[in-house]
Write a protein that binds this ligand. Structure first.
Ligand code: ADP
Ligand code: MG
Length: 585
């Protein structure tokens, strides 16, 4: 029997290795931007066409490469950033694995132009399938330009796995945002298909956040700044009123590297616990700076997941820092604004509330008149008892009918619901939703990932009376017991299903606008909306680009009230940006 083991040729080994580093055009964007930063660039230009499927190009004014280095850079494990294993513990650069360029060269056509400032003539190299096809001297500006063309041209299976342009573009914008956020001192310029997406002049951290996330954060950011010998935390959290229903603008960095950490996210959310509604997410952009020896960034090829040597300390510290920042904010909520300088310099406003001051205040007779029994101004902490009890009652009902009930999402009753509205709502529900099971065979609440098995499906006994609880829930009798339906969620579900049908099939009827509304968006959002226009049309929104990031609403869904178009469209975009897998491929 002959021996069967052989070494893989380099280009195949590279292609396999590339799978980890370059998964989509956005991965190349991240790697190329990081290389430009490591090269000390102060100006970086990102040019993308066809959502990166056709071209991703990064041009920087960094230190450039010698002709030999430029060629070496594309070898696997070729790096200038570490030489010994010891170096791994002192990493200050974004890259160090020496894999990115080799991976890009294995799965795309690459062109490089690079020149070191001290040299007169630069180098041009083109590579395909990991093979250098041309290398020659060329005149070019100091710095480096690397283009990745036709990604996965030689791995059709992976090219086919790429998502729609909208999705790939969204991924690119995400990666760009994560890098640009951490380097406000660098000027970035990003265009897609010739249209500018971001033009970011260098500026302060605060300016960069507003440039990237939008004006809604202007004057709505609370600074966080806390320093210890182990760890420094700096950055901003959004004021409570900027919290969103989608887990949107949450950015965490360790030594300027964007990281994902459910654990630290939990710490931050905890600091906001009583300040924002339960189902909303605070916005934040926070930077942790610590000795590189205290973190391991080498746990994952794309380095988004990292390990801290002492996670618990980091958790406690991050939470305390955010709490502290928020506490300062709530003492003097308007400090950011144009307060009289004389008032601003008052000690009471400048100094945070200390324990000492708190106990002084608690000892005062005024405070006691509010808090002690028998005093005129007593405010009972449980004075809202009936409301509390009501919730408790809800909870009990929910528990007792749990097994037979519809597992619809049950939340707290929406405040301010009027009695009149539920009657018509009920009629609608009766017609569309709670019809006998032959007519609605698919009432299996998979929305919110709570599948209901076939056995749990119910039949509504249509001739029995319905009852309403707290203007929010409908109690109905089914073949298996009681059903408790949260009216609002049920209604949302009905709408959701209608929209889902419309996206995949017959579009929703459009009602032409009598007075077409024109509105404009932030650049990145405008680029995104442009890509979404066909889907929007399916949903009944007839929107046309109007140049300069503006759009005209020519028509809206026939059954949507006119007047809120812009808000509806903005919310839709927001959800699209922040919900993963928001759109089918
Ligand atoms: P790594 O960044 O992990 O070292 P890469 O494959 O991304 O690996 O890059 C390999 C090497 O090529 C880098 O170490 C650097 O020396 C050089 N290089 C890459 N991009 C640039 C650039 N834009 N400017 C100057 N040098 C670069
Ligand atoms: Mg790199």
């Amino acid at each position: 029997m002959p021996d069967v083991i052989h070494l893989l040729p380099d280009h195949i080994a590279n292609q396999i290795a590339a799978g980890e580093v370059i998964q989509r055009p956005a991965s190349a964007v991240k790697e190329l931007l990081e290389n430009a930063i490591d090269a000390g660039a102060t100006e970086i230009k990102l040019i993308v066409t066809d959502a990166g499927k056709n071209l991703v190009q990064v041009i920087d004014n960094g230190k450039g490469m010698s002709p030999t280095d430029a060629r070496m850079a594309f070898e696997r494990h070729a790096t200038s950033k570490i030489s010994t294993i010891e170096d791994l513990f002192h990493i200050r650069t974004m890259g160090f694995r020496g894999e990115a360029l080799a991976s890009i060269a294995a799965v795309a056509q690459v062109e490089v132009k690079t020149r070191r400032a001290e040299e007169e003539i630069g180098t041009y190299i083109s590579i395909e399938n990991s093979q250098v096809t041309t290398q020659e001297a060329t005149a070019c500006p100091a710095g480096t330009s690397i283009s990745m063309k036709n990604v996965f041209f030689n791995v059709p299976a992976r090219r086919n796995f790429l998502k729609s342009n909208t999705t790939e573009l969204k991924n690119i914008i995400d990666e760009f945002t994560r890098v640009a956020m951490a380097f406000p001192e660098i000027h970035f310029n990003f265009s897609h298909n010739g249209q500018q997406v971001f033009y970011l002049e260098k500026g302060s951290q605060k300016q960069r956040i507003v440039q990237l996330l939008g004006n809604q954060y202007n004057a709505k950011l609370v600074p966080v700044q806390e320093e210890t010998s182990y760890l420094t935390i700096r950055g901003f959290v959004g004021k409570p009123e900027t919290a969103r229903k989608t887990r949107g603008d949450q950015y965490l960095f360790a030594n300027n590297r964007y990281i994902k950490s459910a654990y630290l996210n939990h710490a931050i959310a905890g600091a906001f616990a009583d300040l924002i509604p339960k189902d909303s997410f605070p916005g934040y952009v926070l930077f942790l700076d610590l000795d590189p020896a205290e973190i391991d960034i080498n746990v994952h090829p794309t380095k988004q997941e990292i390990k801290f040597t002492d996670e618990k300390i980091v958790y406690a510290f991050v939470q305390a820092a955010v709490k502290h920042a928020l506490a300062q904010f709530s003492i003097a909520p308007s400090l950011d604004f144009s307060l009289d300088p004389e008032i601003q310099s008052l000690e009471a406003i400048q100094k945070p509330l200390t324990e000492e001051k708190k106990s002084q205040a608690a000892a005062s007779s005024l405070y006691q008149s509010f808090t002690q029994k028998g005093q005129a101004h007593l405010i009972e902490t449980n004075s809202y008892k009936p409301w509390k009890e009501m919730h408790k009652q809800d909870e009990e009902i929910r528990q007792s009918i749990h097994t037979n009930a519809l597992h619809a999402h049950i939340g707290p009753p929406p405040a301010g619901e009027k009695e009149g509205t539920w009657k018509s709502e009920l009629a609608k529900l009766k017609e569309q939703f709670l019809t006998p099971s032959e007519k609605t065979p698919h009432l299996d609440f998979e929305h919110e990932h709570r599948p209901i098995s076939r056995e749990q499906r119910f039949t509504w006994l249509s001739d029995t009376p319905l009852m309403q609880l707290h203007y929010s829930y409908i109690v109905a009798i089914s073949n298996q017991g009681y059903m408790l339906v949260h009216q609002q969620y049920a209604h949302e579900r009905v709408v959701y299903e209608q929209l889902q049908k419309a996206i995949f099939g017959k579009p929703i009827a459009t009602q032409q606008s009598l007075f077409p509304l024109t509105f404009s968006l932030q650049q990145a959002d405008a680029v995104m909306l442009n890509e979404l226009l066909p889907e929007m049309k399916q949903l009944g929104y007839h929107i046309e680009p109007f140049g300069n990031n503006s759009f005209v609403v020519q028509g809206t869904p026939a059954d949507v009230e006119v007047g809120n178009e812009q808000k509806a469209i903005e919310q839709l975009l927001d959800q699209y940006k922040h919900k993963r897998n928001a759109c089918p491929a």
